[in-house]
Design a protein around this ligand. Sequence first.
Ligand SMILES: *[C@@H]1O[C@H](CO)[C@@H](O)[C@H](O)[C@H]1NC(C)=O
Ligand SMILES: *[C@@H]1O[C@H](CO)[C@@H](O)[C@H](O)[C@H]1NC(C)=O
Ligand SMILES: *[C@@H]1O[C@H](CO)[C@@H](O)[C@H](O)[C@H]1NC(C)=O
Ligand SMILES: *[C@@H]1O[C@H](CO)[C@@H](O)[C@H](O)[C@H]1NC(C)=O
Ligand SMILES: *[C@@H]1O[C@H](CO)[C@@H](O)[C@H](O)[C@H]1NC(C)=O
Length: 742
Amino acid sequence: MHTPLLFLSLLSIGAGAVPTYGLGTTSGWDSAYTKAQTALAKLSQDEKAGIVTGMTWEGGPCVGNTYAANSIGYPSLCLQDSPLGIRFANPVTAFPAGINAGATWDRSLLYARGAAMGAEAKGLGVHVQLGPVAGPLGKNPDGGRNWEGFSVDPYLSGVGMEETIRGMQNSGVQACAKHWLGNEQEVYRDTISSNMADRETHELYVWPFMNAVRADVASVMCSYNKVNGTWACESDELLNELMKNELGFRGYIMSDWNAQHTGVNSALAGLDMTMPGSDFNTPRGSIFWGSNLVEAVSNGSVPQSRLDNMVTRILAAWYLVDQDQGYPEVAFSSWNGGKAKVNVTAGHASVARAVARDSIILLKNEGKILPLGRPGSLAIIGQDAIVNPGGPNACSDRGCDNGTLAMGWGSGTADFPYLVGPLEAIQKQADQHGTKIVTSTTDDFTAGAQAAAAAETAIVFINADSGEGYITVEGNAGDRNNLDPWHNGNTLVQSVAAANKNVIVVVHSVGPVILETILAQPSVKGIIWAGLPGQESGNALTDILFGTTSPSGKLPYTIARQRADYGAGWINAQSDPFSEGIFVDYRHFDEQGIEPRYEFGYGLSYTRFNHTGLSVSVFTTSGPAVGSVVSGGPVELFEPVGSITVQLVNSGSVEGAEVAQLYIGLPDSAPPSPPKQLRGFQKVKLQPGQAGTATFELTRRDISYWDTPTQKWVVPGGTFKVYVGASSRDIRQQGSFVVGKY
Ligand SMILES: *[C@@H]1O[C@H](CO)[C@@H](O)[C@H](O)[C@H]1NC(C)=O
Ligand SMILES: *[C@@H]1O[C@H](CO)[C@@H](O)[C@H](O)[C@H]1NC(C)=O
Ligand SMILES: *[C@@H]1O[C@H](CO)[C@@H](O)[C@H](O)[C@H]1NC(C)=O
Ligand SMILES: *[C@@H]1O[C@H](CO)[C@@H](O)[C@H](O)[C@H]1NC(C)=O
Ligand SMILES: *[C@@H]1O[C@H](CO)[C@@H](O)[C@H](O)[C@H]1NC(C)=O
C-alpha cells in the first residue's frame, strides 16, 4: 500500500523543457501509453470523436456513456456516480460518506472502503466511478457538498484521496478525482467565479489533487464554476498548465455534467472528454463535440494532435487499470430502477460498519456516562432514531430529511440496500441486557420529555442535512441556511434535558453544528458525533454506545462556538473573492486566536493515551523544489527529508486507538503562514498498558510553502516548530528542527 518515496530512476527532462505530460510515478503509465498509441493508429476520426464524447443524458445505461470503438475492441465506457457507492443500482453497499471516512484518520480503512467500492463498480461493469472528492474542500462550513469529501484540511483530504484511489483502482475501476477546482458552494455554482489567489490555490485546493495524481488517478472532473472569470472546463490555466504540466497528470479530464460551454476553446484548454455529451446546452440539444469536433479539426481550429492526445489519455487510463483484460458487461440500467443482474455486495457490509464505527467522535463524556453498560431503562428520542417509515430510499437522491440521516442528498448518493436505524440496533442490545426501552420517535418536544422522564438515561437524536443544489430540502438550496440542528433539535434537547438528568445527544450531520444551546444544559452529559454513517448506522453506533469498541474518530473540521467564528461561508453573489486566503478552518482560528468549541482533530476515547519521547530527525536544505515533473509535481517535492516519532502508551483500562497528529509551524523567514499545519498522522491501536510508536515520514512538500513570485514550492530556512498531540490544540510534545541555506 505504501509507495516508495523516491523515483530517481526516472528519466529527467532537460532543464527548462516543459513536459507535455508528466512522467508517471510507476511504469504503469508508460506501458499504458505505449498500448494507447498503438491503438490510436487504428482508429478512424469518427471513432476518436466518439471516445471523447458522451452519448447524451440517458443515452446509455450509466449516467455517462461514451461511444464504443469496434476497430480496437474498446467498449462504450460506463461512467457512474457516486463517491460513496454505485448510484442508481441495487443492491450495492451504501458506504459511510467521505467525511466519515476522513474522520477515521485510518489509512487502512480508507483503502479498504475504496477497494470495496471499486470491486462493486467492477462487478456492475462500471468503468469509471465518479469519486473521490477533494473539491469542495469545505472552506465554507455550510457548503452543501462538503460531506462528499474527507476533510477541510488539505493534508487529511490528500491522504483520503490517495488511499481511496489506490483501493478503487487496485480493484479495477478507474477513479475520478473531482471537482477541479474551487467549487466551494452550491448556490450559483453554475455561474459563480471563484477568484482564488495563487498561494491558497496551491496550498489548500490543489494539494489533495496532487495526492490523487501521485496515486495515478485515471481521470479528473472539471467543475461547474469559473475560476478568475474563466469556466473551469475551458481554463487553459487550470487544465493544461496546472493539472497537466505542473502536476504531471497523464490521465484525462472530463467535464462535470454539462459544465462544458464551448467546443473549440475547451478542447484547446485541455478538456479531454465531454459529459454527458453536453445536450443540455443552449439551445437545448446542442452538442459541442462529436461530429462538431471532427469538423473543428478539419477546419483547423483544433489541431489533430489535440484530438489524438485526448484519445491517448482516455485509452491509456483504460489500459492502466487493465480494463482491456476482460471487463464485466454493464449489469444494470440507471433509468429503470437500477435492479442489477448480479449481487456485488459480498462482505462489504463489514467494511461499511468498521468505517462507520471508527469515524464516530466522542465530543463530551462527563462523569463517564459512556459507555452505557447495562442500564435498567433507556429513552430513545427523536425521529433521527428511526428509519423513515417510507423506507430509507423514499426520497429520490435522498432529498429529504425524514428519519435517521445516514447520507446527504444529491448525485453523491447511492440507494440503501437496507439501513440499520439506531433504535433497531439499540433495542437488540437492550434485549440481551434486559434494558427497558421507552421511545418517542418524532421530534415532538412534549412527547420527548415524557419518554425521557420514564427512563434512567435518555438518548436524543438530532441531525443537520445538506446536499446538491438541484434539490431544495426544507428551504436549504444545497448549502445550509445555518449551522443549527434541523427540526428544532436544540429545543428538543432542552425539553428532554429538563426531564432527565442523564442525557446523551447523538448528532448525525453533514458538517459542523453549533452546540452551545445543548452544552448549556447541565443534564447533557454525553455528545456523540456520528456524521453520515451509511447503511450500518445503528450497528456502528451500538458498538460505541455499549463499549464494544472505544471511540477513535477525530474531527475532520472545527466545531465553532458561533457561525461567524469561521470567517467564511457560502455567499449570495456571482463571485467569491476567497478573502479568507490560506486561513481556513483551524488555520483561521489559530491565526485569529479564536477559541473553538471543539477543535480540529479533537475526539475523546474510553481510555487514555500518553504521548512521550518525541524524536525529530529532519535534515534538508532550504530552497525551491526542482527536477523533472513526475505524477504529482516536481520530483524533489516528494523526496523524504526525515521523520518524526513519538511514543504512545495506553495508560487507561480498555483497548483503544489513538490518532497521533503532527503539526508543523514554518519559520519566520516564510511569508505569514498558519501557526500550525497538519503534516502527518498515524492511528495506533493499543491494549491497556501497551506502548507503540507513531512515525511521521516527511517529504519536502510537507515543509514547503507555495512561493507565488517564483511559482515554486519553497522550503524556507530557519527554525521549524514541531507539535505532536491528540488534536490541533491538545499538543503533548513540542520540538523543532533547523533548515539551513544550501
Ligand atoms: C487567479 O488570479 C490570481 C490573482 O491574479 C492569481 O494569483 C491566480 O494564479 C489565478 N489562478 C488561476 C487558476 O488562473
Ligand atoms: C470550425 O468548426 C467548428 C465546429 O463546427 C466551429 O465551431 C468553428 O467555428 C469552425 N471554425 C472555423 C474557422 O470555421
Ligand atoms: C446480496 O448479497 C449479500 C451478501 O452475500 C446478501 O446479504 C444479500 O441478501 C444479497 N442481496 C440480494 C438482494 O440478493
Ligand atoms: C417527509 O416528511 C414530511 C414532513 O413530515 C412529509 O410531508 C413527507 O411526506 C415525508 N416524505 C417521505 C418520502 O417520507
Ligand atoms: C501518563 O501521563 C499521566 C499524566 O501525565 C501520568 O500520571 C502517568 O504516569 C503516565 N502514564 C504512563 C504509562 O506513562
